[in-house]
Design a protein around this ligand. Structure first.
Ligand code: OAD
Length: 248
């Protein structure tokens, strides 16, 4: 891991403190310290699993039971995890009037649990269960984790309320995320490999809008060359330093 440059950190703190409008884009790395695996790391979800099999409508229709087993296993992991100081630091930003919000690719719900209210979960939320045919949709975050395949309203198939490969992002959230990014003078990009589109497009969109970009990650990503400052280290350790949590 590249060491954290404390000079860069103090410049970044200054930029964050002075930003008139700011938005944060997060990925799986922010939840790593909470105990949730990332996707592309050495112990990531996609090692030994095929995204096409487990995270696409085709894969689901071929073997809905297998797909549900994977999501239920992930729900069990997530239920045993808590937000970490990185999530807490971003939730604290809600108290700043200049803050647009957090756009997260994570489906684990930990930003919400940490108290973030200006939040867009652009890939959905793993606790939602919805019917593939009718409007039935429930939040199961407080329910026992059990296997249910058929819709109680129409008997069609139930699926998790997450965005799969090949699916469009819900348009309301995506539009709002674009507006926040274009309206911001600072984008903080945290714990994402920045290779999944369209989410990763928010970074060049910010750049084109003239935004300053700070990246927080344990290693380089394709976004690093676009960033003005790269802070190398764990999000759970760097974000509380970056965000002055004593400010009103
Ligand atoms: P990835 O697994 O692709 O990337 C995680 C990133 O977090 C990597 O760049 C790591 O270097 C970094 N990282 C790991 N631990 C960290 C830590 N403690 N602190 C800071 N950074 C750390 O996850 P995402 O970029 O979120 O989509 O993946 C994007 C999308 O791909 C996911 O939302 C999911 C996946 O397939 C869908 O399922 C649609």
């Amino acid at each position: 891991m590249v060491p954290l440059d404390h000079g860069q950190l103090s410049v970044a703190k200054h930029v964050v403190a002075g930003a008139k409008r700011l938005t944060v884009l997060t990925g799986a790395g922010i939840s790593a310290e909470s105990g949730i695996p990332t996707f592309r790391g050495p112990d990531g979800y996609w090692r030994g699993h095929s995204p096409e099999e487990l995270a696409s409508m085709d894969g689901f229709l071929k073997n809905p039971q297998l797909v549900w087993e994977w999501y239920l296993e992930r729900r069990r992991t997530i239920r045993s995890c808590q937000p970490n100081p990185g999530h807490d630091a971003l939730a604290f930003l809600d108290s700043r009037k200049e803050f647009c919000g957090v756009v997260t690719q994570n489906v684990d719900g930990l930003h919400k649990l940490a108290g973030s209210q200006n939040l867009i979960e652009i890939h959905g939320n793993i606790w939602l269960t919805q019917c593939i045919s009718c409007p039935y949709k429930v939040d199961e975050s407080q329910s026992p984790i059990t296997f249910r395949l058929n819709c109680p309203e129409c008997d069609s198939l139930l699926r998790p309320g997450v965005v799969w490969f090949g699916e469009e992002l819900p348009s309301g959230g995506w539009q709002q995320a674009n507006e926040w990014v274009k309206d911001s003078e600072l984008l903080i990009v945290v714990g994402t490999s920045a290779v999944v589109y369209p989410a990763a497009n928010l970074i060049p969109i910010a750049r084109d809008a003239g935004s300053y970009i700070i990246e927080v990650n344990i290693s380089n990503t394709p976004a690093s060359s676009t960033a003005d400052i790269c802070l190398y280290g764990k999000a759970a350790e760097i974000l509380p330093l970056l965000v002055d949590m004593k400010a009103p």
